[in-house]
Design a protein around this ligand. Sequence first.
Ligand code: GDP
Ligand code: MG
Length: 441
Amino acid sequence: LSEKLEGALQSVTGQGRINELNVAETMREIRRALLNADVNYQVAKEFTNNVKEKALGEDVLTSVTPGQQLTKIVYDELTRVLGGEHVEIEYAEDPPTVILVAGLQGSGKTTFCSKLAKHLRSKGRAPLLAAADVYRPAAVDQLQKLASGINVPVYTVSDDDGKPVQDAVRVAEEAVEEARNTARDVVIIDTAGRMHIDEAMMEEVSTIKSAVDPNEILFVVDSMTGQDAVNTAKEFNEQLDYDGVVLTKLDGDTRGGAALSIRSVVQKPIKFASTGEKLDALTEFYPDRMAQRILGMGDVVSFVERAQEQYDEKQAEKLQEKIRSEDFDLQDFYDQLQRIQKMGSVKDLLGMIPGVGRQIKDLDVDDDAFKHIEAMIQSMTPKERSHPEILNGTRRRRIARGSGVEVRDVNQLIKQFREMKKMMKTMSKLTGQGRSMNLKK
Ligand code: GDP
Ligand code: MG
């Protein structure tokens, strides 16, 4: 979607003036781009009509930079259609906050529940997961595995043989009780989905809803399912009247389309976006950032926020100081790599940088490349790490052997590190105190 929109806008950016004719043509292209990205027909039509109306206002026509103005109008309209403001989860005044998670099978509920638990923990809350998908033992196992990786307890009810008791309502009710008794302040209830909407599933979720009276019902939907996503969102909303939408699999190709349609058709805020299988791949949904992303501007703010979770101010300052004084060595480089990897997949992170998103879409970014670099640095002695200049042929051969790579890989690492150091130095000079490296607001 973003590529096509950019193309459509570029054709007017080049022109001196916007007139009725080229606005009409640009709108046709934008509409086509939206429809191709599975945006609902009605939504696409309304979208372009609104943009056209604003664009033909005299401000744009007489402006010196009509192309930019038009881009701004499209951006504003995208933001508006995506919901305008970010909407937070509602927390209960009297904990625990109960969050009920519903959606079709395979939409990403269980993964999302774990991601949300991790996210809430990083915000200082103490979540409890409830395994209310009780029909497949594998479902309970899956949640337990994910949760054990992040140290969040899972509430289950088993019979004497250790099999899950098939009573989702009971699991949900007891989990809330358990949270109250163990001072857990958020309960996240993972439910069973079916391949298609059916009565039994809806009834079960509705029964859980009346039993535990959740503060928040989140509907999870796979954004790759296109128009189906919109229909599913509509039906779940009619039955459950949910509070927010979670868009999953936004790392796929159809980014944007479903988000635009669902928000306009259902009129419920999108609260989270999920962009990968790893538990870090969750972002709070901000309409303006999504609009930026759709327009190919990258998602800088989300990137910085995610970086912030991994950095603290002191570390960042220390790092800057090292860069300024040229003390930045391979050990620091190694520490940085570790931190970057904690932030999620490299491709994911790169995609958030403006202008990069499009280029790397078809590129296979190799997260394993990091592993090799780490192995090489691990094979170095502390002295070699802080004084890479002593790395002669013998040492390089030893390192290559120790880390299972070729000598030329070691050579390349050293060369790249040297260039990177030079670049960092230049950057820190350019930005005065090197403030651009400081990721705190
Ligand atoms: P559930 O049936 O609704 O509980 O769905 P699951 O959480 O089990 O997810 C179904 C599949 O989708 C799993 O293989 C997940 O790893 C995968 N998945 C979930 N969220 C995402 C996402 O945001 N991006 C990608 N690429 N895969 C995801
Ligand atoms: Mg599941």
